[in-house]
Design a protein around this ligand. Structure first.
Ligand SMILES: C[S@@+](CC[C@H](N)C(=O)[O-])C[C@H]1O[C@@H](n2cnc3c(N)ncnc32)[C@H](O)[C@@H]1O
Length: 307
């Protein structure tokens, strides 16, 4: 029995499990099976995960904003570091969903070893739509939808499981902001992976193990499924699914200084031109050098509940 899963499942090794049948999703799970992402260091423990999470300003602000006694879903949790970070020191209930069982097993082992009891894992494909509607207070889905066969459909499905007034955060590769990475990707085909070690600014500064490094390079440069998106596109997704735009990185409007302190306060959507220019700026700032991921935060806002 599970109060938030609506379809029959098996429970294997403590993980709620569904059979992955979709061929595109299988391609992705085959990819992550070999190099689970983001993976753990041998000596990772609660403290190191907490420290790493606190250094990630977006995750840290999100965790603070969640507060206590909330239900949080991480879609595409991979090896679950972030889900574990969100669970640590709180009485929130965290659910991590991912189709790659090898990644979830690493998450489960870590949770067992470190006696973390407020996290549950679901081995499923978003497109199998296994979660009930109107259940979670927060949904976090960062770096996932652009690796699926139909990012909009996936968004539609996962936003249904969000409660009214709940918050959703999605992170996607930007069509303009990722240009530098795409350029490096083509050059690495000519000059080999060594080229990336020299010319990828993020990679040069990453202080991670060799295993994590391998996963990171494969994920950024050799992924079998990858699509690119824009702020305007996500605003349309929000509008179609009763999600009110709250904030984004980069912001939609010119006036907004990027201040992480008011991340969850409602901000103007700007104009087509302000959004375009802010996305062009990504090419030249840290967002672009980090792979061109942009973040959009929304709040479910069903005006007519009889609908
Ligand atoms: C780049 S990793 C991101 C992992 C994690 N969100 C993070 O930021 O570290 C992408 C994740 O999306 C998951 N994923 C890909 N297709 C999916 C699908 N159809 N349903 C659910 N998760 C999916 C993969 O298994 C993988 O763990």
């Amino acid at each position: 029995m599970s109060e938030y899963i609506k379809k029959p499942f098996k429970k294997e090794n403590g993980i709620f499990s569904f059979t992955i049948t979709d061929l595109e999703t299988k391609k992705v799970t085959e990819f992550y099976k070999v190099t689970p992402f983001p993976n753990y260091k041998d000596d990772d423990n609660k403290q190191t995960i907490l420290e790493k999470g606190n250094r990630n300003i977006l995750a840290q602000k999100f965790k603070n904003f969640i507060g206590y006694k909330k239900k949080v879903l991480e879609v595409g949790c991979g090896t679950g570091q972030l889900s574990i970070y969100f669970s640590l020191g709180t009485n929130n209930k965290i659910v991590g969903l991912d189709p790659t069982i090898e990644s979830l097993k690493l998450a489960k082992n870590f949770a067992i070893k470190n006696e973390i009891n407020n996290i549950e894992l679901v081995n499923a494909d978003i497109f199998d739509d296994v979660l009930i509607e109107d259940y979670f207070d927060f949904v976090w889905c960062n770096g996932v939808l652009h690796h699926t066969k139909n990012p909009y459909k996936a968004f539609e499905i996962l936003s249904k499981s969000l409660k009214n007034n709940g918050y959703i955060l999605i992170g996607l590769y930007n069509k303009i902001g990722r240009l530098r990475t795409i350029f490096r990707k083509y050059l690495s085909k000519l000059f080999g992976v060594k080229f990336l070690e020299i010319f990828d600014p993020t990679l040069k500064n990453l202080k991670i193990s060799n295993e994590e490094r391998k996963s990171w390079i494969k994920d950024q440069y050799f992924h079998p499924i990858e699509s690119l998106h824009t702020l305007d596109e996500v605003l349309r997704w929000f509008d179609k699914n009763d999600i009110k735009y709250i904030n984004s990185i980069p912001s939609c409007d010119f006036e907004i200084s990027q201040n992480y302190d008011n991340l969850f306060e409602e901000n103007p959507r700007g104009s087509f031109y302000s959004r375009l220019i802010n996305q062009i700026f990504m090419i030249f700032n840290r967002l672009g050098s980090d792979g061109g991921l942009f973040i959009v935060i929304g709040k479910k806002n069903i005006k007519n509940t009889s609908k």
